[in-house]
Design a binder for this molecule. Structure first.
Ligand code: GUE
Ligand code: MG
Length: 296
């Protein structure tokens, strides 16, 4: 039997539709247009593609997109000055500084400089702390997108065994916090985990966020489990390259109950959730009611 393939592209289009509806409402009723500022330092080609897609989709849902493309040699002080300016700009409701930043810039310092209320990535330590203590936070986009798909698939996650493979601040740790908040039984596995295959085979929900192409094969998957593949790995494919996840799709799809593909799974949801977070940040900034179903 072959798993249900979770259509992240369609799901993301639906989320963007809800965002667009709420943006239209904010404009009409409150005369407010949410604005998202994206800062890119340097010329990393993958980052350029992502930033372009973010800008395009921001405009498509009716929000203002403010792009700042800085030279790779930009000093940390100049970047911090720009962030300060965006923090103080009332037209800007969300700020994202595309990672990675060049080596001479301290990413932690940059993330700490973004106003927590405008931190649509949810990477500021105050949002990390709010999420970890079950308070109202800005939630990182990728884990938020995964959670939305899991809730749609399962209804309640209460009591389910969830295994998150990967312990990054960007995906693994916040994903685990969100699953815990939904009363799943949560295990974080990583490169040093003993008998990692066994651990994964106990998972009703398996979230792969390790950054190792096709590491998780079908024999690691419990029959009927839901597999969420966060990996985006570009690997050689003959003369060209192709995009694969952290899950070996062809074997896992034969065992899982439901699975996200790469591309077309988690990736599109990440951008949709960035737009959702921007609307949420805008509503919070103005003390307005938040949109339904777009937050954790
Ligand atoms: N501050 C910050 N926030 C981020 O959220 C952030 C970041 N930095 N740096 C880079 C990563 C990566 N990321 C992706 C977003 C969308 C897709 C996406 O839409 N992927 C498509 C395919 C895209 C392709 O073909 O390359 C898909 O999976 O279907 C992928 C990756 C956000 N990131
Ligand atoms: Mg790891």
């Amino acid at each position: 039997m072959s798993a249900k393939i979770i259509d992240g592209k369609a799901f993301a289009a639906n989320v963007r539709g809800k965002v667009a509806d709420h943006v239209a409402h904010l404009k009409e009723v409150n005369g407010i247009t949410p604005g998202l500022a994206v800062v890119l330092v340097g010329e990393d080609p993958a980052s350029q593609v992502y930033v372009r897609n973010k800008g395009k989709q921001t405009v498509e849902v009716g929000m203002n997109s403010i792009e700042h493309k800085l030279d790779a040699s930009t000093s940390e002080a100049d970047l911090l000055a720009l962030i300060d300016q965006l923090n103080n700009d009332p037209e800007v409701h969300g700020i994202l500084c595309q990672l990675p930043v060049p080596d001479h810039i301290d990413a932690d310092k940059v993330l700490a400089a973004i106003s927590p209320a405008k931190d649509v990535d949810g990477f500021h330590i105050s949002n990390v702390g709010l999420l970890g203590t079950g308070q109202k936070a800005m939630v990182p986009c990728t884990p938020l997108g995964c959670l939305m798909m899991l809730r749609e698939e399962h209804g309640s996650l209460s009591g389910l065994n969830a295994v998150v493979v990967g312990r990054s601040n960007i995906v693994g740790k916040p994903m685990a916090q969100l699953l815990l908040r939904d009363s799943a039984t949560v295990t974080i596995a990583h490169s040093r985990t003993k008998d990692i295959e066994e651990v994964c085979r106990r998972a009703d929900i398996l979230v792969a966020a390790v950054g190792r192409p096709e590491m998780i094969t079908g024999d690691w998957v419990k029959p009927g489990a839901t597999v969420i593949d966060v990996g985006i790995n570009r690997i050689p494919n003959g003369e060209k390259t192709k995009l694969v996840g952290d899950v070996h799709f062809d074997s896992a799809v034969e065992v899982a109950g439901a699975i996200t593909p790469v591309p077309g799974g988690v990736g599109p949801m990440t951008i949709a959730c960035l737009l959702a977070n921007t609307v949420t940040a805008c509503c919070r900034a103005h003390g307005l009611e938040e949109p339904e179903g777009l937050t954790a």
